[in-house]
Structure formats: C-alpha cells, structure tokens
Design a binder for this molecule. Structure first.
Ligand code: HEM
Length: 406
C-alpha cells in the first residue's frame, strides 16, 4: 500500500486513516516513513508493541528529543521543552511528577464533582434553547473550566487564558493560526501569565487554591536532599496541563456527539437513564480516543519485528491504531461498551508518562454524557462539521448542532 504521511496534519481533515493503520498492523507493524520536513519516523501500530514501548522508557526516551511530533528548531527550544515532565525521563520525570501527582489523585479530583455537575447542567440548559450551537464551544468551555479550576486559575483570567491555550493547542489549524508559522509569542504569553500567577501565589498563598499552590509549595526529599521546582519549571506546567487538559477532553465530548448523530441508536441503552456508566466512557476512548500518538526517540540500536531501529530514530506510538488492534480487541471497529477486555491505551500504555489527567477526564466525560443522556432526546447536525487540522489530536474545529430535549 502507498505510504501515507502520518505526520501531515492535513491528512486528518478526513478523519483518522483507519484502513491504512489496519494495513500497517497486518503487513508492517513496525514501519519506516520518510518525512518531507523532518528526519523520518517509525510507526508502531500493534497493541503489544505500543504497550511494551510505552513501558520501556530506557529504550524509548521522551527526553532526548521531546514527546512532540514536531522537531524542536534548536537546542535551546529543546531545553525549554525539557522543563516539563512530559519531555523528561526518569529519574527527573519521577521527581517532577511526584511534586504534582497528589493534586490529580482520584480523591482530589472527585471533590470537583459538584462543580462539574453544576457546569454541565448550565451548559445543557443553554444547549436546549432550540438554537444552533457549535458543540466544540460547549465542550471546550466545560473542559477548560474544569482544568482551570483544578489548576487554580482565577475566574477573571479564564477567557484570556482560554484564548491563549486554544492557540497553543490548535497551532496547526489555519483558522486558529492563519500563517501556520511558529508563534513563540503565544508560548511567551502563556509563560508570562504563569509567571504572574506564581508571583501572586508566592505573595499570598492563602488567597489561592488548586494545583498552582501545591506546585509553589511542593517539596520532594530524595537522599536527604530537598527538591523544589524552579520558577522556570513552575511556569512550564501551565502550557502542559492546560493544553493537555483542554483539547483532549473537549474533543472526546464532541466525538461522542458526532457518533450520536451518525448513529442515533448508539447510546440508546442509556438514554433517559440516570447516569453514564464508566465503561461507556472507556469504550468511547478506545474506539475514538482523541490522542492519536505520542513520540519517542530510540536510545540504542535494536531490532523490533525484523526491523533495525537505530539510536536517535524517531518512533511514533500509534494509540489510534493499537486501540483497534484485532489481535487484542475482538471486532475492534464496533462500539461495544460490554466488551472485555477494555484495557485501551487512549491514556497511554501504562508507562511512566501515563496520562496524569485521566481521572479528571473520565469524571468530566461521565458527568457530561450522563447529563446529555438524561436530558437530550437527539442531536441534529445543523451544518457541515469541520475537523481540526492537527497530527496528534483527532478533533473538531466546528460542529454545529441543534439539541432536542427529552
Ligand atoms: C480524554 C482526555 C485525555 C486523553 C485521551 C489523554 C491522553 C494522554 C496520553 C495518551 C498521554 C501520554 C501517555 C504516554 O506517553 O504514556 C497523556 C499524558 C499527559 N496528559 Fe493526558 N489525556 C487526556 C486528558 C488530560 C487532562 C484532563 C489533563 C490535565 C488536567 C492531561 C494532562 C496530561 C499530562 C500533563 C501528561 C504528561 C504526563 C507525563 O508525562 O507524565 N490529560 N495524556
């Protein structure tokens, strides 16, 4: 089969190339792809290989070249990327992640339930006014409010910060970034915002709440040595958590509504019921999860399924493909919330970088879908939906809908 360039963001304007990924799994599970504007890359498309590579951080590094598909344009840019733990390897990664992880524990996240319920209820009230709504805006508002609250962003700052976060997250789409050129000033704006908030928190910690307070005060003692985050490291958390939290969860919500319009019977067993069972969320994430891949860099020459991977090679772990691997999931293209096993890799394959926001994303999705199942009888498309131009997130730019009440 002719090679598709899986790092070309335009490819995904027509959706995830499922047939091509299936072909790779069957014929070339470890497949080299040349890259017009980069060094070329391997694609790991089978479930077992993605899980194994995810766990083998010694061989597949996040620190060497970062975890983004795009190459850093300079060593300096790479250094900036490495300030955040997604672009580090253990032990640095372990230490940094430990400094924030308690803010993301299930108990901590569960405390947000009343706020999420209230936000869902308000948003669905608005959605049910008989008018056309872009569901992307509804989903973004919900997921941004949740992640901003968890993080501790004051209410008044949120509209401005949402605009910056969207520009960072959707930088490959010409509607959001008309020149499609690198825009360091947007990242600078995010860092400047972060630096300002960190300074305010330091000056008066009692006036603030959320992860940002934990970050400023966090300490980890290792071998008798106390580690704290530097100001540069603190500021680096802002884009990582806000971008990681905004688009992913929002895209998953919009994808659920898209699936509902495509097949109005898909959620029938739960419509009119009281809640969305957790396995519905898990199966949605397996079937159409929003994160298509993450990047690693090989640290040593080795062989995988007969292919010679060399130290320094770029390797993409295709979660979109692994989640449809028929060697692991029976009838993988079918949405089936009863399936077992349901051990998808939408949040990663269980290695050190497993999504830190998974509990929050699951809760958001369960509560928003629960509210929609309870109150919405059906969705109607109110115009052509438009996919986002992006090579790492499978998402939507616009999805106009009318929601009909139950
Ligand atoms: C449906 C929603 C989400 C999906 C599908 C998702 C998916 C992922 C995936 C696949 C990874 C990489 C795993 C790996 O490399 O092993 C990841 C990492 C990460 N995610 Fe998420 N994510 C979601 C929501 C969130 C939310 C809500 C937040 C923040 C509140 C978040 C913050 C992060 C961060 C900071 C990392 C890096 C973790 C590390 O390197 O240790 N994500 N996510």
């Amino acid at each position: 089969m002719e090679r598709l360039d899986l790092v070309d963001p335009s490819l995904y304007l027509d959706g995830v190339p499922r047939d091509y990924l299936r072909w790779l799994r069957d014929n070339e599970p470890v497949a080299w792809h040349d890259e017009a504007d980069g060094p070329g890359y391997w694609v790991l498309s089978r479930y077992d290989d993605v899980v194994a590579a995810n766990r083998d951080w010694q061989r597949y590094s996040n620190a060497l070249k970062g975890s983004s598909i795009e190459e850093a344009r300079s060593e300096e840019e790479l250094e900036v990327r490495r300030r955040i733990f997604v672009n580090q390897d253990p032990p640095d990664h372990t230490r940094h992640r430990k400094l924030v992880s308690h803010a993301f524990t299930p108990g901590h996240v569960r405390r947000m339930t009343p706020l999420i319920e209230e936000t869902c209820s308000r948003l669905v009230d608005g959605l049910l006014d008989g008018e056309v709504h872009d569901f992307v805006d509804v989903a973004e508002e919900l997921s941004f409010q949740m992640v901003a609250t968890l993080f501790g962003v004051p209410e008044a700052d949120r509209p401005e910060l949402l605009a910056i976060t969207r520009q960072l997250a959707d930088f490959q789409d010409p509607e959001v970034n008309p020149g499609l050129a690198p825009r360091p000033e947007v990242q600078q704006a995010m860092f400047a915002y972060g630096a300002g908030l960190v300074a305010e928190v330091r000056a008066d910690p009692d006036a603030h709440r959320g992860v940002v307070v934990d970050l400023v005060q966090a300490e980890v003692v290792e071998d008798g040595e106390v580690h704290r985050l530097s100001d540069l490291e603190l500021v680096a958390f802002f884009p990582a958590v806000l971008v990681g939290g905004l688009s992913t969860t929002a895209h998953a919500m919009t994808e659920a509504v898209h699936a509902w319009i495509e097949d109005p019977t898909i959620f029938e067993p739960w419509l009119g019921g009281d809640e969305c069972p957790p396995q519905v969320v898990e199966e949605l994430l397996r079937w159409r999860g929003p994160v298509m891949s993450f990047r690693r860099t090989a640290t040593e020459d080795h062989e995988l399924r007969g292919q010679a991977i060399r130290a320094g090679d770029k390797v993409l772990l295709s979660y979109a493909s692994a989640n449809r691997d028929e060697r692991h999931f029976g009838d993988p293209d079918r949405f089936d919330a009863e399936r077992t096993p349901l051990d998808h890799v939408a949040f990663g394959g269980g290695g050190p970088h497993f999504c830190i926001g998974a509990q929050l994303a699951r809760l958001d999705l369960r509560l928003v879908l629960g509210e929609l199942f309870r109150r919405v009888a059906s969705f109607e498309a109110a115009g052509e939906p438009q996919r986002l131009r992006a090579n790492q997130f499978a998402g939507w730019l616009h999805h106009p809908v009318v929601a009909h009440p139950r």
